[in-house]
Design a protein around this ligand. Structure first.
Ligand code: C5P
Length: 432
């Protein structure tokens, strides 16, 4: 099976919790998806699942002790070249040890030695989980860039019900896929778990996008600059290549949505399955958006709309005048296309804006979100030379009305677009 996990070296750490049985299913899912899985267990975990089970599932020897077989496999050779390590279940004891940087068994030694992303899936009794010691350890791990998957609330092996139940193997599997594709959490709860920005992972550039996200949805995206004519040969415009908007349109299409792309003048092309409406001025862009707004579920304003247009367009070319070194153009404000959508009283689609800012970036983005009544706003800091306008890369932070929900490290715009679209689809579904 060819997935983004094909050929990935994944270390599965199993510590001593009843949820170790779920790690068997996780191991099987990973192997089925093409990953090369190495299982490392603590001695106590053997009370729950035997080595033979994981050896049969993974096709590799299971390691428990550091010195058991030095010739064959050591914590260093195991950790070398790993793409991801997941500890599932992670007991309070193992979490405490890795927080302290201990290396007293194979699992903790490998955790210390790997340079790949580490994901921890706690599983324990609710009191142990909620104990300040465990909570502080978890906070420390997150601060260090380790992903911690919040356990679910539910019946526990100890007979009580509460937080501490390890996430299901299928969920852990999809978290691994997300992390390896450098996608991030899409709900506030998940994004709270995000580690602080870490260096972008070596990305899988192409991945299969689940069509279910966008299926049945119609998305309208504005892209590119607008041109506000002064006379037949001159215009006022904005810096915008349209790359981000076009990348969003392609990503939305790949997620199975129907896409209408209202584009200002750019040199880009798009898939034939996207309905492309070419416009020049802000007024034309507004008209196109108004024509479609009633039939779409999501509107994303990615266009760099000129804020002003010339009040009196000259139908003939304006000539230089002898003896006159200045010329005055009176500009009038253009309509705010996105605000028109965001402030609709009836049939308002899920509305997303972009904010290209150079200073007070967060404040400006948040105030635009409120002023235009947006559901989400995507901020990019255009004072940074290597991202934003004309660049192939971008780095964005996304906010909803309650604050920051995600930060996407610098990556090619088409990869950013996929993550942004996924997040938009998830949020849009939640608001229905
Ligand atoms: O106010 P500002 O131009 O910074 O807001 C940026 C967001 O608003 C972008 O999503 C942009 O596409 C949209 N916008 C618009 N019409 C305007 C100005 C901005 O749709 N006239």
């Amino acid at each position: 099976m060819d997935t983004q996990l094909t050929g990935k070296k994944i270390i599965l750490g199993v510590s001593a919790g009843i949820a170790a049985y779920k790690a068997c299913t996780l191991c099987r899912l990973l192997v089925k998806a093409g990953a090369d899985v190495y299982v490392v267990m603590t001695k106590d975990a053997l009370n729950f699942v035997g080595k033979a089970t994981f050896e049969a599932l993974s096709g590799h020897k299971v390691s428990v002790e550091i010195f058991e077989d030095q010739k064959d496999i050591s914590h260093i050779s195991l950790s070398t070249g790993a793409d991801l390590m997941m500890i599932a279940p992670a007991t309070a004891n193992t979490i405490a040890k890795i927080t302290a940087g201990m290396a007293d068994n194979m699992l903790t030694a490998v955790t210390l030695a790997v340079t790949c992303p580490v994901v921890v899936a706690p599983a324990m009794n609710s009191n142990m989980y909620q104990n300040i010691a465990t909570q502080e350890n978890i906070a420390t791990l997150k601060r260090r860039g380790i992903y911690v998957i919040t356990p679910a609330d539910g019946p526990l092996a100890c007979g009580i019900s509460g937080p501490g139940r390890m996430k299901e193997p299928e969920e852990l599997f999809s978290d691994i896929v997300s992390i390896l594709s450098n996608r991030i959490g899409y709900t506030r709860e998940q994004s709270d778990l995000l580690p602080p920005p870490v260096k972008p992972l070596e990305l899988t550039r192409t991945r299969l996008l689940p069509k279910a996200y966008g299926a049945g949805l119609k998305v309208l995206i504005t892209a590119g600059p607008t041109e506000e004519p002064i006379d037949p040969v001159r215009f006022i415009s904005n810096c915008s290549s349209g790359k981000m908007g076009y990348a969003l349109a392609e990503a939305a299409l790949a997620y199975g949505a129907e896409v209408i792309l209202v584009s200002g003048p750019v040199t880009l092309t798009c898939s034939k399955d996207i309905t492309l409406i070419k416009v020049k001025s802000a007024s034309q862009m507004l008209q196109a958006v108004e024509d479609y707004v009633k039939e779409v579920d999501i509107v994303i304003g990615c266009a760099a709309v000129a804020d002003y247009r010339v009040e009196n367009y000259s139908p003939v070319k304006i000539k230089k005048e002898e003896g006159n070194d200045t010329i005055t153009l009176k500009l009038v404000k253009n309509p705010d296309i996105l605000a028109t959508v965001g402030l609709l009283e009836n049939n308002r689609p899920f509305t997303v804006g972009f904010a290209a800012e150079t200073n007070n970036t967060e404040e400006n983005a948040k105030s635009k979100l409120v002023r235009k009544n947006l559901d989400l706003i995507v901020l990019n800091d255009v004072s940074k030379k290597d991202i934003g306008f004309n660049s192939d890369d971008n780095e964005v932070t996304i906010f909803d009305k309650d604050g920051k929900i995600a930060h996407l490290e610098k990556q090619p715009k088409h990869v950013i677009a996929q993550s942004v679209m996924e997040l938009i689809f998830k949020y849009q579904k939640n608001t229905k």
